[in-house]
Design a protein around this ligand. Structure first.
Ligand code: DAH
Length: 363
């Protein structure tokens, strides 16, 4: 553009004259341009009104006009700009009005059969998790959650697993590379007991929490074991909490979930983070206690572990064990779901076979 101005200038014309000519030329173009469709409007906007458009070009050249004429030429340019903008606005309104009146689905055949919506169902593990949380919420346990990628402290050390102690082998851990800023590798939590530590470290006393979540262990996948499963952890810390309180909580929970005629027993066990520790057994729901291959003939099946929180754990989490005591438990959601609905293979939970999942629709 500037080149051609210079050429004309060389031909002996004044800058103001050249500008005036350009303005009237452009005004004619603007008046004649096609603005009948949305695409044409877009073109128009880019070509004339845009920051790199023809009008902007002319505004740039204003500086070539001698100062005494610049004002008059500037006014003409502004006039042209308003004219172009007005043409655009008017045409845009017209195009919009025209398209608004057109049916969006012109050409659609309403007699075609509908495509059915495939509705999913809620996953049995979710259903059971929610039942469990609801039962505990009725006696004042609120939900807490924690991260699945954890560190050694929350998964082991704070929970009283001594360094290099074989108790750490109870759980085959998946380690993950250290993230930025960490000195140690991380790990996929092997149990939801990690969340106990986080809750004790961060929340005011007394504590009454249930902590559902996904956990990971390096196990070969089979009907009875999986590398990914779910637990519901529980924690109660207050003054004067006793094992009797723990037992009543578990009795209440099992009866609510499985019904009145289920027997419960606490079998002495060992966990580094509880003392004393117990495993919770209930009447085998398959044989009603008579003995079958699921309960290996004993009439009992295990649903989780529990115990009184070890004073060393309280201390690790900044709680005075002289003043406070508490109980905790951890239960497997898969295990409970299998017992409740007689599911015989753990792998069904992760295969997403709708024929399996549909069976829980009505529950
Ligand atoms: N964290 C244990 C596990 O995954 C289960 C457990 C046992 C949790 C006793 C507890 C507890 O809170 O008190 O095997």
């Amino acid at each position: 553009m500037l080149d051609c101005v210079l050429a004309r200038r060389r031909a002996g014309r004044t800058f103001a004259g050249i500008m005036q000519e350009s303005i009237s030329g452009l005004a004619a173009e603007v008046a004649a341009a096609d603005v009948s469709t949305a695409a044409a409007l877009d073109q128009f906007r880019l070509l004339y009104l845009g920051r790199k458009g023809r009008l902007a070009d002319l505004f740039d050249q204003l500086k070539t006009v001698p100062a005494d004429e610049r004002r008059a030429i500037g006014q003409q340019l502004n006039g042209l700009k308003q004219q172009a903008q007005a043409r655009f606005d008017e045409a845009q309104a017209a195009v919009e009005a025209a398209t608004a009146n057109q049916p969006a689905d012109a050409g659609f055949d309403y007699t075609l059969p509908a495509v059915p919506h495939a509705l999913g169902t809620r996953h049995p593990l979710n259903l059971v998790r929610e039942q469990m949380l609801r039962i505990f919420s009725r006696i004042g346990f609120a939900v807490a959650e924690g991260p699945e990628i954890e560190d050694d402290w929350h998964n082991f050390t704070a929970l009283n697993f001594p360094e290099n102690h074989p108790a750490r082998d109870m759980q085959d851990t998946f380690f993950v590379p250290a993230v930025e800023g960490d000195t140690q590798p991380g790990l996929l939590r092997t149990h939801t007991s990690t969340v106990q530590v986080r809750v004790m470290e961060n929340e005011p006393l007394p504590i009454r929490r249930v902590m559902p979540g996904r956990v990971y262990r390096n196990e070969a996948i089979s009907a009875r074991a999986h590398m990914l499963f779910h637990q519901v952890e529980g924690l109660y810390i207050d003054e004067n909490v006793s094992f009797a309180d723990l037992k009543q909580t578990i009795y209440y929970f099992v009866r609510e979930l499985f019904g009145e005629d289920i027997n419960i027993r606490f079998r002495p066990s060992y966990f580094p983070f509880t003392e004393p520790s117990a495993e919770i057994d209930i009447t085998c729901l398959i044989c009603k206690g008579a003995g079958c291959n699921i309960c290996k003939g004993t009439g009992w099946v295990e649903i989780g572990g529990c115990g009184m929180v070890d004073p060393a754990v309280l201390e690790n989490c900044g709680i005075d064990p002289e003043k406070y005591s508490g109980y905790a438990w951890g239960m497997g959601i898969e295990r409970i779901t299998m017992l409740k609905y007689q599911v015989k293979d753990l792998r069904l939970f992760t295969e997403n076979d709708v024929r399996f999942l549909r069976q829980f629709e009505a529950l």
